[in-house]
Design a protein around this ligand. Structure first.
Ligand code: ADP
Ligand code: MG
Length: 558
């Protein structure tokens, strides 16, 4: 037989493993949810591949996920009839971290102490969570459609070994060489059938394939009793919302999301009408690290009658909602769904419209009923909503209502446009904003002076994307959105005009000198009635780009 080939883990993976191994993360039993979720995903993928390659599925394929405890050897094996992996896939999937966001988060992370548990809670560690309960992990896998099996082993200490193996059918078995039971540190006896049953019930009941223990051999029965699933196998979206607990939603969320933090909001909807569908959607409490990368794929699963047809569906919600995670199941779609077909399908469009509205309504309710929670959402994902203002014309009005900005009213406080309008004093007819790199920078702007004097609130737009918002939105509830920093504001009211004429004559020669001196930098030097304390202010002409927009555009060029 061939010698085992040694590999070293990608640096980030080793870092993650060190975190996992040394962390005080208490909820260690969730390793089972992770491994069983992977097994379930692998069966989903096999069934999906088999749609176009029926040779991949043996006749009467009844996929199962088996838990095989061995109390004497102190091992637990998790076995599935899924798609399996080739040698290259094993090295790639289990030895590296593909997700750029996780990689970057890890690169930034220096803490190995108390913060570790919390950090683990932030990005799901998936397969690596097995090292929370095992000293050594062995994986044997055979890819469907191939004859060769491969064995992967590691003690999580920097390297792993890969060698040839035997497996009589496609699928994957993962054997954990368990750490000693240590209840103080949350390590139970994972060879105990009762413990395994409880964990499955608690953390993996929603898995739609049977999770089974081997039948128990008794003295009377020579044959083991038939395998009875530990889980109910009912997908979470098919159950009545009133019967699903928050923890069950959260476990399901963690299965599909790579995110171990709790979802901020859960939307569960079941519709039977012209088009039938069931959906469980989550608003996450944190935006994915790679949300603004071009290649970002949403965590949105599309099922047709419980059969997974797309793991990262981009057709069911608008692009700006790519942070929404969850699963949608509809019997009204054909199984062979190509991307083009999905995009043009009438039912998909109907579902998309309804789900989009549902998410927006949920945000609206959150804004009305739990402002603190809504602001938490806004600080994480408000930028994506602003993208929607610029791109989702059908929902733009609703989205305008969702916007929050800082303002001159109160440091730290955020205001909606409606709230701003509600506070407008008599005499103010427009909504005023000022863009800048930071609150501090804006507050130093002389352009604010006249607004301060009048007691008019000014919105502070400090996010580069805000420029896109004010470029595409010119009005809210009939009130114009206007830049306090642009052009000749008519705030230099008529009362100032006369003296201004006189002053003009007086300052004419001075302005002339300035104009010639500054000609390479400014378009025009003129007398202003808007300043009350500062001697001069730089402004941009009404239709020119603001400095912030120029900043934004040059960012795009880098
Ligand atoms: P995630 O499931 O979030 O992608 P994991 O760390 O849990 O991350 O798993 C990493 C990858 O390893 C999976 O995406 C999959 O490609 C592969 N994998 C893990 N377990 C299995 C399995 N039982 N069968 C086939 N592939 C698997
Ligand atoms: Mg996983």
């Amino acid at each position: 037989a061939e010698q085992a080939q040694q590999f070293t883990f990608q640096a980030e993976v080793q870092r993650l493993l060190d975190l996992v191994i040394h962390s005080l993360y208490t909820d260690k039993e969730i390793f089972l949810r992770e491994l069983v979720s992977n097994a379930s995903d692998a069966i989903d993928r096999l069934r999906f591949e088999a749609l176009t390659r029926s040779d991949l599925l043996p006749e009467g394929h009844e996929p199962r996920i088996r838990l095989i405890p061995d109390a004497e050897a102190r091992t637990l094996t998790i076995e599935d009839d899924g798609i399996g992996m080739t040698r290259d896939e094993v090295v790639q999937n289990i030895g590296t971290i593909a997700r750029s966001g996780t990689r970057e988060a890890l690169a930034q992370l220096k803490d190995k102490g108390d913060g570790a548990a919390q950090l683990i809670g932030q990005f799901g560690v998936g397969f690596y969570s097995s090292f929370m309960v095992a000293d050594r992990v062995e994986l044997v896998t055979r890819k469907a459609g191939t004859d060769e099996a491969v064995r992967w082993t590691s003690a999580g200490d920097g390297s792993f070994a890969v060698s040839d193996a035997e497996r009589d059918r496609p699928g994957t078995s993962i054997t954990l060489h368990l750490k000693p039971v240590d209840s103080e540190n949350g390590i139970e006896d994972y060879t105990d059938r009762w413990v395994l049953g409880r964990i499955v019930k608690q953390h993996a009941d929603f898995i739609t394939y049977p999770i089974v223990l081997p039948g128990e051999k008794t003295e009377e029965l020579a044959d083991p009793a038939p395998e009875k699933p530990l889980n109910s196998m009912k997908p979470i979206w098919a159950r009545p919302p009133s019967e699903v607990t928050a923890e069950e939603y959260a476990d399901f969320y963690k299965q599909i999301s790579h995110d171990w933090s709790e979802p901020l909001e859960t939307i569960h909807t079941r519709v039977e009408g012209l088009v039938e569908y069931q959906a469980v959607l989550f608003i996450p409490s944190r935006g994915a690290n790679d949300l603004y990368y071009a290649g970002f794929k949403p965590n949105l699963r599309l099922y047709v009658k419980r059969m997974l047809v797309r793991e990262n569906s981009e057709e069911l919600l608008p692009r700006w909602m790519r942070w929404v995670r969850g699963a949608v199941d509809s019997p009204d779609l054909p199984l062979n769904v190509s991307r083009e077909m999905l995009q043009s399908d009438r039912h998909v469009r109907q579902i998309r419209r309804a789900l989009t509205k549902k998410v927006i309504d949920t945000l609206k309710k959150l804004q009305e009923n739990d402002r603190a929670k809504y602001e938490a959402f806004w600080r994480e994902l408000g930028r994506a909503v602003k993208e929607g203002v610029d791109s989702d014309f059908e929902n733009r009005d609703a989205l305008l209502g969702l916007l929050l900005f800082g303002s001159s009213r109160e440091a730290e406080a955020l205001t909606s446009l409606a709230e701003y309008v509600g506070r407008m004093p008599e005499g103010q007819s427009d909504i005023w904003y000022l863009t800048g790199a930071s609150r501090e920078q804006i507050e130093n702007s002389p352009a604010l002076e006249t607004f301060r004097d009048r007691g008019w609130e000014v919105l502070y737009l400090t996010d580069p994307v805000d420029e896109l918002v004010v470029q595409s939105v010119t009005e809210f509830e009939g009130k114009k959105l206007r830049s306090a920093g642009k052009g000749a504001v008519e705030l230099e009211g008529a009362e100032k005009k006369e003296s201004s004429d006189e002053q003009k004559k007086e300052f004419e020669p001075f302005l002339q000198v300035l104009q010639t001196r500054l000609t390479t930098w400014v378009k025009e030097v003129r007398l202003s009635g808007r300043l009350t304390k500062s001697p001069a202010v730089l402004v941009v002409a009404e239709h020119d780009y603001s400095p912030q927009l120029e900043r934004l555009m040059s960012m795009g060029r880098d």
